[in-house]
Design a binder for this molecule. Structure first.
Ligand code: FE2
Ligand code: FE2
Length: 305
């Protein structure tokens, strides 16, 4: 890749004052990390428990009053359509355990974004819209191709770019530079990061996933969604998250990055077994669902800037 303009002098991580090892130490020792509400890790664990009952879920949700209030608000939105629903028990019985789990992940993830972003070029609202769009796309693709995994794919895709939140907090100037570079050159953000710093938001996200004790397919999707060749154990689900990320970009939710010319690589299409001619139809469905989800979560309707 060719560097140009003001970037000619930027040749290595040293020029930008960041290297992965020091960032890793800083992040893993910090008390100032984004905090994943406890309920999310419990809900994720519940997914692996064959004995988990709606009652267990109900108790868990009701232990967090802020989440309870938000679930009821979102469940009563036109998207979920539970008009007049005032209890978590009813929300669970109508929407089902899986949908409630996705809702909790979405709501909790949205809470992570409170507070101002530090990077000038990184926009947290756009980040949230991109995450929600990817999650929605992953769920739709999952329903088509891996129905048993569709809700888990939703959670994994929701969190896939969490490394950007860490970069915004711990190296905002570098994140600014990478976003600017991506926009000037038209390359993807992870490529700009790799070129400028020799690491990407994926590796940074893995540090946070470890601190949050997130393992399995979600951790792998965070770590490998731009580098599928390095994925082993959860190749299939990581490919779905990678595809969902591309769909989010193609729908215009570009996460502060270049808006045009985004395509799904053939290797990803092949991995998720999606014929190219189905892309426009799926894009349309994703687009419509994202718009409805945005209004359910009360996010502004405009697309990524
Ligand atoms: Fe990414
Ligand atoms: Fe992404």
């Amino acid at each position: 890749m060719v560097k140009n303009g003001l970037w000619n002098s930027l040749d290595s991580a040293n020029h930008l004052g960041v290297d992965f090892r020091s960032l890793e130490i800083k992040v893993s020792r910090s008390e100032n990390l984004p905090v994943l509400p406890q309920i999310v890790s419990q809900v994720l664990k519940l997914a692996d428990d064959p004995n988990a009952s709606p009652k267990t879920m109900e108790r868990l949700v009701e232990s967090d009053s802020a989440i309870t209030a938000k679930i009821l608000r979102v469940a009563n939105s036109p998207f979920y359509g539970l008009s007049g629903c005032t209890s978590i028990a009813r929300a669970i019985s109508v929407l089902g355990m899986n949908q409630i789990r996705s809702l909790i992940v979405g709501i909790a993830y949205q809470q992570l974004l409170s507070g101002k972003q530090s990077s000038t070029n990184f926009n947290k609202i756009e980040f949230w819209k991109h995450s929600l769009a990817a999650a929605t796309a992953a769920k739709i693709l999952g329903k088509l191709k891996m129905p048993m995994k569709s809700e888990e794919l939703y959670g994994a895709a929701m969190m896939h770019d969490v490394g950007l939140l860490v970069m915004d907090r711990f190296c905002p100037d570098q994140l600014d530079q990478a976003i600017r570079y991506a926009n000037e050159t038209g390359m993807e953000l992870w490529q700009a990061e790799q070129l400028l710093f020799d690491f990407t938001h994926c590796q940074v996200g893995k540090i946070l996933a470890d601190r949050w004790q997130i393992t399995g397919m979600i951790s792998d999707a965070i770590t490998h969604h731009h580098d599928l060749e390095s994925e082993e154990q959860f190749y299939k689900t990581t490919c779905f998250v990678a595809a969902a990320n591309h769909f989010a970009h193609m729908c215009g939710f570009t996460n502060s990055c270049p808006k045009t010319g985004h395509e799904i690589p053939d290797s990803v299409l092949e991995a998720v077994d999606l014929p190219e001619e189905q892309i426009p139809v799926i894009l349309q469905v994703v687009q419509g669902e994202v718009e409805k989800a945005q209004s359910a979560f009360q996010i502004g309707g405009e697309r990524a800037a």
